[in-house]
Design a protein around this ligand. Structure first.
Ligand code: NAD
Ligand code: TYD
Length: 334
């Protein structure tokens, strides 16, 4: 199989590219990534010289480019997105452009290439926010996005489904909960907490810290997508979760414990605007129909993740100091 992976220099996309090339020795990947602030070629360093991986620096909104690449592959697995809620609160233009227009450009390319298989990677945030007693999100939960990020992802999900119903495009969609693991960009909660503590900085906890997220190790997310692209039913959506509901303050305290620090490192700061209170996922459908279940518990995964950040200090220090931009500009100067 030859895959066009979009956003494969980002957090989940790069984990997926590594996972696919390791799992399937005869598969090939074209990796299309614009290398925004979140894209980092250091995530792909191990693949330098690998003939089964071709990196293309480019924008998913560039119709000529994606039309050309779509003709070369059997499936598009679409990760590329603007992904950080806080950035979408400050300025949402790039979110609408990449997440909505970029997805539309790819869908058109898939249609023109001859009904090319298309897997769309989405988020549980499209379903909105749960109260403490509400049942977890599932495939039948009505959409209710509440941040510019989740609204733009919801728009992209609707377009993907519309191309299935209108044009018979062979699509699948996954809506996954919060991921964590290697190559996680250190503006998100878990890598921010780990790296701040390693740098001797305090941890900013928004509001009361009692918001709940369901955390899934990125390797399990990659396995779920693998399962869907090989065994999923065309036109279907699959919710993916980790059975790992935790409050933010629980996450922070777990990491403080692993790094032998006390709670004086916590700094409660102003709350995020429109902060979603709780996300939780019922993943019975993918479990019962496709046999997928997460394999990494939160306790195992968070320990492994802290160890990864300890062993890869130069990776995140380059990002925090801005050096990673110099690295990729040098490598892929036009
Ligand atoms: P990320 O921000 O780490 O990576 C995004 C990648 O997309 C970057 O490499 C960036 O350079 C690239 N990109 C951005 N705009 C582009 C454009 N116009 N053209 C080409 N490439 C572009 O994001 P992530 O956390 O790896 O998330 C990947 C996908 O998974 C997103 O679609 C996100 O909505 C979804 N998702 C993320 C999570 C999570 O917890 N991180 C959970 C569920 C779903
Ligand atoms: P984040 O990692 O940005 O993911 P998302 O908003 O997509 O769920 O944030 C996870 C949770 O952690 C969210 O409730 C916001 C909170 N948070 C903090 O309390 N402090 C921080 O510095 C960050 C980045 C997030």
């Amino acid at each position: 199989m030859k895959l066009l992976v979009t956003g494969g220099a980002g957090f989940i996309g790069s984990n997926f590219v590594h996972y696919i090339l390791k799992t399937y020795p005869d598969y090939e990947v074209i990796n299309l990534d614009a290398l925004t602030y979140a894209g980092n070629l250091e995530n792909l360093k191990e693949l330098e010289g690998n003939p089964r991986h071709r990196f293309v620096k480019g924008d998913i909104c560039d119709a000529d480019l994606v039309d050309k690449l779509a003709k070369e592959v059997d499936i598009i697995v679409h990760f590329a997105a603007e992904s950080h809620v806080d950035r979408s609160i400050l300025d949402s233009a790039a979110f609408v452009r990449t997440n909505v227009i970029g997805t539309h450009t790819l869908l058109e390319a898939a249609k023109k290439a001859g009904n090319l298989r298309f897997h769309h990677v989405s988020t549980d945030e499209v379903f909105g926010s749960l109260g403490p007693q509400d049942a977890p999100f599932s495939e039948v939960t009505p959409y209710d996005p509440r941040s510019p990020y989740s609204a733009s992802k919801a728009g992209s999900d609707h377009l993907v489904r519309a191309y299935f119903h209108t044009h018979n495009l062979p699509v699948t969609i996954s809506n996954c909960s919060n991921n964590y693991g290697p190559y996680h960009f250190p503006e998100k909660l878990i890598p921010l907490v780990i790296t701040n503590l390693m740098e001797g900085k305090k941890i900013p906890v928004y509001g009361d810290g009692l918001q709940v997220r369901d955390w899934l190790h990125v390797e399990d997310h990659c396995r779920a997508i693998d399962t869907i692209i090989h065994k999923g039913t065309i036109g279907e959506t699959y919710c993916v979760g980790g059975n790992g509901e935790k409050t933010n303050i629980e996450i922070v305290k777990t990491i403080l414990g692993l790094l032998c620090r006390d709670e004086s490192w916590i700094e409660y700061v102003e709350d995020r605007k429109g902060h979603d209170k709780r996300y939780a996922i019922n993943f019975d459908k993918i479990k019962n129909e496709l046999g997928f279940e997460p394999q990494i518990t939160f306790e195992q995964g968070i320990e492994k993740t802290v160890a990864w950040f300890q062993a890869n200090e130069s990776w995140w220090k380059n990002i925090k100091s801005g050096d990673y931009e110099k690295y990729y500009q040098k490598q892929y100067k036009k």
